[in-house]
Design a protein around this ligand. Structure first.
Ligand SMILES: [Zn+2]
Length: 219
């Protein structure tokens, strides 16, 4: 079977930046499964895998526009410290916030006596990414997987036998707040290839997203 729309694809991969630094690798968390054609992974990688079969290997180079976008100065904002109330403000802190480009992860890049500088760019924005990929499996998606927009493993959604709580959540897996994350597993926003990423610690992805079952976060 070839990688095409409505197939569930398992891949092993190593992700490098244009300097050859390894940013992520499936060896640290096992092969990753995704639903092809459902935007579980970045568009450039999804296109690069189209038509392959199990056992194929490929080097897929993805430009920023087909990955996490160009770096944008518009996503940098200065916020007075009093807006944070009593919360501690430290460089490197991350949180979700609504911006004019939708919900994004913001990182504190700089703090001075009056202001914090927040950066809403994805950590991999502006980067050309190289994936060394091996397709390890290709199978037809189940109807429930198509309905949820992400793959299931061992009969369940989101890592558990029973799925996201008892009910099927509409948009996909449940976040830690109990809401379905928009893109299916673990929100497409923060993930480098679908689930765990450098941005969201694995433990957080596991708890908030799909755990072992949904996307291969096994950390
Ligand atoms: Zn599901």
């Amino acid at each position: 079977m070839r990688v095409s729309k409505e197939t569930v694809v398992g891949i092993e991969y190593t992700l490098k930046d244009d300097k050859g630094n390894v940013l992520d690798a499936s060896t640290s968390h096992g092969p990753m499964e995704y639903l092809h054609g459902a935007s579980n992974i970045i568009p450039g990688l999804e296109q690069g895998l189209e038509g392959l079969t199990a056992g194929d290997t490929k080097v897929v180079v993805v430009q920023p526009v087909d990955a996490y976008g160009e770096y944008s100065d518009k996503l940098i904002q200065r916020v007075p410290l009093d807006r944070f109330g009593a919360n501690k403000v430290e460089i490197g802190m991350r949180f979700h916030a609504e911006t004019n480009l939708g919900m994004r992860v913001l990182v504190i890049r700089h703090v001075d006596e009056q202001e914090a500088v927040l950066d809403g760019n994805h950590e991999l924005a502006g980067k050309t990414l190289t994936f060394d990929v091996k397709v390890v499996s290709v199978r037809a998606a189940e109807l429930t997987e198509l309905a949820h927009g992400h793959p299931h493993q061992e009969g369940g959604c989101c890592g558990g036998g029973g799925g996201c709580g008892s009910g099927e959540s509409e948009g996909g897996c449940c976040s830690s707040e109990g809401e379905a994350s928009a893109g299916g597993c673990c929100s497409t926003e923060g993930a480098s290839t679908g689930c765990c990423s450098a941005e969201e610690p694995a433990a957080q992805s596991k708890q908030g997203g799909c755990g072992n079952g949904g996307c291969g976060c096994s950390a």
